[in-house]
Design a protein. Sequence first.
Length: 139
Amino acid sequence: MADYTSNIKTILAPRPRVYARLSDLSGLSKVKELIPADKLGKIDIEAIDSDTCAFVIPMAGRLELKIVEREPDKTIKLEAQSAPIPLTIWIQLIEPEAGDTRLRLTLRTELNFMMKKMVGGKLQEGLERLADIMAALPY
């Protein structure tokens, strides 16, 4: 098992609003219009509905994520569907003060020692980029 955790991101919006935005993936259909190109990179979003999102990541291929668990205003759990390796992402939200939400992502996957050395840094980098994209969304 390998766990990767993003830095904590600050979102200046109430936690229920942030949760509502992130727990319904259909709202991500306009993400390319909302996110600066330097933050989104060359990620190509293919298909989206309220529970699933499929996108293509350069040099990594197609990835489909599905929401498998929601804990209102706190946690959203996503799992990769038909991925070459098992992959789970948790979106964790806390609100230390009203209107100040903190977001942290945790990615868990099963990688052997060699794979961890080869792709671990890329997974961490991708997780940070995803956290940046989520924090940059308008809430």
